[in-house]
Ligand binder design. Structure first.
Ligand code: IVH
Length: 704
């Protein structure tokens, strides 16, 4: 962990996580949605890593919309959607040698393996393309889908059929086999394609990855056919029979079935051999003829992979060891201030465009006012205390996918007449005071909903994918409607049609709208009058209340009326309703405080009530784990477990719908006590709680 993170106060960490969540979400949309990222891979990774490090130090501050829980972006319009039978996940990242050792250490710990126990890994290049899932039934290719958001991707079957590396038929495979891998374009083919594009007066691609993505995601498959795409197979999804016992064996099997697999895939006995192979691949990187951005390590034994399982978006049994960031110097042409949904003023560097590792960069984050001055949020110097001024030569740092950062300043090139940057004390959008609370790194506009920037950002959040997700009403349209005075708050969306008489007639005359899109929009709005409680709560954009917290809170209260009544009863932040709220697992006092304040704040509440008047809010119900004998039960583990570690036991119990608690109380349903159980077993006996040994527990959950 870097020292800067060690010095963060809790408030600073919270602010930093909030900013990271927003920045990374924007970057994701730009990266996955539009095939033209304005940020680099390395910078994106760097921000994600900072996010993970802050979360590691302040686990209780982890946001519900934490970037560590998210992969990719939703499918673009135009392709039909495919729900993946097995989710397409992302990989955790390692950057330094220590991270690789830690990866190995975490796995050993989870599996309860000693340091000396043999444990093998595969190591292979991480291809910088886009992932694709190919479904074969009885040997025939029946479907090809992009990753999308990991759960739902785009159906690109016709396009995939045009790729030479993808066989239309395979022989000797299991009846059902989903082959997963990376579509990419070689350097040579990329250069030639760009030459053809330029000659034809068409747009050239920034890098091979964008070219591959742009070529695969063509609505007209004949265009894909004209583009030289390739495919490496490295993983699989749904299967009717296992391919092998090991990762390496499975890759060999895929190769026998006719897929291209990467020749630099090897087996390693532990971190040292993994690092050696990393160095070998890095040395060959420039001459491979295609882009790679790191090395992927995977536990070789598939039975162990199965036991290790997944965190929410990444497998525990694999990680991507990324290559270091790339750097470039350019001139800082200006500093703009962006105002976010919660009023945060974020400085953005406007740069003279510069190519960093194949991507043109013209914006970079400057984090906050202290960062510009040359200090971290604790007051310690960064960049040797050099401030950043408009007109400076700055070094832009790009690591991985997205948002670049200004890493350094060349003082020898500073113009003689330059002046230190003065951070605004008022909101550039609405003129309200911008205030920095003690201990907060971020200055915030105090204008609330009178601030157009906050209002627009709130509206954008409201219509976003995890919120109301109104088809045809994205960030761009919301901005247009807001500017024209058609909508000022979420409730206005639901009166658009009636306020504009024959809404279609008016809307279709506007630029960018036709009769069909206008009709579709009004229908899409109608469709969202019925909304799930958790979505409604998330869509309100209340500070600290992210997607998964909204879920937990919705499940706890069940209905909108009960939720609103509970918030009113908890308004003074004490008493039983307040205790009940902060008693929800995953809801802390800060989030709870922000939530009850939003409901108590007169203007905000009136706006919420106006919205809810237009809606039918569906009650929240728990997921169906009805087949599970432990669904809804509270389980406590104590003593030592012999067949699995505590972490594995907990993850398994939770998958079956049980709640795992740390201490025994009257609310405990089952105590699982291994050898050495002490006071918890005693207390459970006193309370008459059912107590099982490890085998008894395994028998109960049907895994003995
Ligand atoms: S394994 C469950 N192996 O990296 C994990 N992924 O950051 C399955 N990628 O979405 C992925 N080369 O698009 C794996 N040799 C490789 C890879 C690789 C590139 C991509 C893939 C994945 C992303 C995760």
């Amino acid at each position: 962990m870097t020292s800067e993170i060690e010095t963060l106060t809790e408030d600073q960490a919270r602010a930093a996580l909030a900013e990271l969540a927003r920045t990374l979400a924007d970057a994701n949309t730009a990266y996955h949605g539009a095939d033209s990222p304005d940020l680099s891979d390395a910078e994106y990774d760097q921000l994600k890593r900072r996010n993970a490090e802050i979360e590691a130090r302040f686990p209780h501050l982890k946001r519900d919309d934490s970037p560590s829980e998210q992969v990719g972006a939703a499918p673009a319009d135009g392709f039909s959607k495919v729900t993946h039978a097995v989710a397409m996940l992302s990989l955790s990242n390692a950057f330094e040698a220590e991270d690789v050792a830690e990866f190995d250490g975490r796995i050993r710990k989870y599996l309860g393996l000693g340091d000396a126990a043999p444990l093998r890994y595969t190591a292979e290049p991480k291809i910088d393309g886009l992932s694709l899932s190919l479904r074969y039934e009885k040997g025939a290719l029946v479907q090809a889908a992009t990753r999308g958001d990991g759960a739902v991707g785009e159906n690109v079957t016709a396009n995939a059929r045009t790729i030479d590396d993808i066989p239309a038929r395979i022989h000797g495979a299991p009846d059902l086999l989903e082959v997963r891998g990376e579509v990419y374009m070689s350097h040579e083919d990329f250069e030639a394609l760009n030459e053809r594009q330029v000659a034809a007066g068409a747009k050239s691609f920034a890098n091979p990855r964008n070219a591959a993505a742009g070529s695969l995601r063509q609505l007209d498959a004949s265009i894909t056919k004209s583009r030289p795409l390739r495919f490496f197979a490295y993983a699989w999804g749904a299967l009717s029979a296992p391919l092998a016992d090991t990762q390496m064996g499975a890759i060999e099997r895929l190769s026998e079935l006719g897929f291209s697999t990467n020749p630099l895939t090897v087996l390693c006995n532990g971190p040292q051999e993994m690092l050696d192979h990393y160095a070998k691949i890095e040395a060959q990187r420039a001459t491979l003829g295609y882009d790679i951005d790191g090395v992927v390590y995977k536990v070789d034994d598939l039975a162990l992979q199965e036991r290790l399982g997944f965190r929410s978006t990444t497998p525990r049994w694999a990680t991507a060891h990324k290559f270091p960031a790339e750097l470039a110097w350019t001139r800082l042409e200006g500093i703009d201030i962006q105002v976010g949904r919660t009023g945060a003023l974020s400085p953005v560097a406007r740069l003279h465009p510069v190519t960093v590792g194949g991507v043109v960069v013209s914006n970079a984050t400057l984090h906050n006012e202290d960062y510009i001055k040359g200090f971290d949020s604790k007051g310690a110097e960064i960049r040797g205390g050099k401030d950043i001024r408009v007109g400076d030569w700055v070094q832009v740092y790009r690591a991985g996918d997205v948002i670049p950062k200004v890493a350094d300043v060349d003082l020898s090139k500073r113009p003689g007449d330059s002046a230190a940057y003065v951070f605004p004390q008022t909101c550039p959008e609405c003129g309200s005071d911008a205030v920095r609370e003690p201990g907060d790194a971020v200055r915030r506009c105090t204008g609330g909903l009178i601030c157009p920037a906050q209002a627009v950002e709130k509206l954008k959040h409201f219509v976003s994918r995890a919120a109301f997700d109104i088809e045809g009403l994205g960030a761009k349209q919301v901005e247009q409607f807001y500017t024209d005075g058609w909508i000022a708050e979420p409730a206005d969306i639901f009166t658009l049609r009636e306020r504009y008489g024959s809404g279609v007639q008016q809307l279709k005359n506007r630029e960018g709208w036709g009769e069909k899109s206008a009709t579709n929009l009004f229908q899409a709005i109608e469709d969202k009058r019925n909304i799930a409680l958790s979505r409604l709560l998330f869509s309100l954009g209340i500070r600290h209340v992210g997607e998964s917290a909204s879920n937990l809170i919705a499940l706890h209260y069940g209905s909108w009326d009960d939720l609103a009544a509970a918030m009113d009863a908890a308004a003074d932040q004490s008493g039983p309703a307040w205790e009940d709220l902060i008693g929800i697992d995953g809801v802390g006092a800060v989030m709870a405080g922000s939530l009850v304040k939003a409901f108590a704040q007169e203007r905000e509440r009136a706006s919420i009530d106006r919205l809810v008047n237009h809606l039918t809010v569906a009650e929240a119900k728990r997921a169906d784990t009805s087949g599970s004998p432990v669904a809804g039960k509270t389980v406590v583990f104590t003593g030592s477990l012999e067949k699995m570690t505590r972490a594995e036991a907990k993850a398994r119990a939770e998958r079956l719908g049980a709640k795992v608690a740390g201490s025994v109380s009257a609310r405990t349903d089952i105590l699982v006590a291994g050898p050495g159980a002490g006071s918890k077993a005693k207390k459970a006996a006193e309370l008459g709680i059912e107590t099982l040994d490890e085998d008894g527990w395994l028998a109960l959950i049907g895994a003995a």
